[in-house]
Design a protein around this ligand. Structure first.
Ligand SMILES: [Zn+2]
Length: 136
């Protein structure tokens, strides 16, 4: 097994925010061998980025649980819906890229029949653009 976890396995506690329902999602981060020790994805950071992605498309998901697998080498990010897993690279990591993949996860989770790949790319590209443009 060449995958190990670094302390981000805790479930987030429900938090009252605005008039929305409590959030009940969870991120599990797997750092593959070779990912530099200094590369971290804190739970608070992931929650804020996820919430921002939800806000941008005005679509909220409160029961989504995701695994985020970090690989050391440069690689295109992706989302595997049946496995509920996002794969991202530590080498060319960008918040906008992870937010883009969050978008796929949100869309696939919320819609019983997810929109086409093309439409998803437009929506997720918009999330990436907003995050990148405004900074995160
Ligand atoms: Zn995409």
């Amino acid at each position: 097994m060449n995958i190990f976890k670094r302390g981000l396995d805790r479930r987030t506690q429900p938090v009252e925010k605005d008039n929305r329902m409590s959030n009940d999602w969870q991120f599990r981060v797997k750092f593959n061998v070779g990912v530099p020790e200094k590369f971290v994805l804190e739970t608070d950071y992931l929650e804020r980025l996820f919430e921002k992605a939800c806000d941008i498309i005005d679509t909220h998901s409160y029961s989504l649980r995701l695994t985020i697998e970090v690989v050391p080498k440069k690689r295109k990010a992706g989302y595997d819906h049946p496995a509920r897993t996002i794969t991202i690279s530590a080498k060319n990591y960008k918040a906008g890229t992870l937010a883009h993949e969050f978008g796929h996860a949100i869309i696939c989770h919320v819609f019983v029949v997810p929109p086409s790949e093309t439409l998803q790319e437009i929506i997720c590209g918009y999330i990436d653009h907003q995050i990148t443009k405004k900074g995160f």
